[in-house]
Design a protein around this ligand. Sequence first.
Ligand code: MG
Ligand code: ZN
Length: 221
Amino acid sequence: MKIKVIESVLKDNDAVAQTNRSTMNAAGLLSLNITSAPGSGKTMLLEKTITALGPDAPCAVLVGDLQTSRDAQRLAGCGAATVQINTGRGCHLSAAQISAGLGSVDLSQIAYLFIENVGNMVCPAGFDLGEHKRIAMLSVPEGDDKVAKYPTLFQPADLIILNKIDLAELLEFDVEQVRADLARINTRAPLLLLSVRTGEGMEKWFEWLDACRTDTTGRKD
Ligand code: MG
Ligand code: ZN
């Protein structure tokens, strides 16, 4: 009986996600759901991205955390329209929470809508939020075995980011192990090696973002 309950939660979630997707399509923006463990660098990636995109490509962020508005404060400081979603004990964002967040942003002004999911490598993967693209992020200090250990995070991703690549040598991180695991789990998504902090490899991220926006919205600017 328990399985039935879980199925109906996911079914309800999927219906709201479809509505979110329609809302975001109508607004002509590109939305991205960023998933990772805590501490991989999601917020810093968004800080650098929003700052680099500047006023020509206005950004909004819906950011999920159990407690505090620390991430939202950091992101609002970069000029993004920011909504902090506190999930209390909830360990992932749901489509209904995104729907509520979308209601408090003027979407007609937004080029990129980023969703920073709750730091968690397990259940955020199971919840469609209505995003156009899903990003899975891993960082070097987490270890080169994590793709194999948490395949469900990486399977649905459209892009995989390996952050803190500047620490790879120091921490004896085996990038080839990650490539080999991804070859079994997800061959569709590009793998970007970068360091948000040093800026190494960030140009590939911006190229990917720009290409997705053109694909999704038909816009070229
Ligand atoms: Mg964060
Ligand atoms: Zn959860």
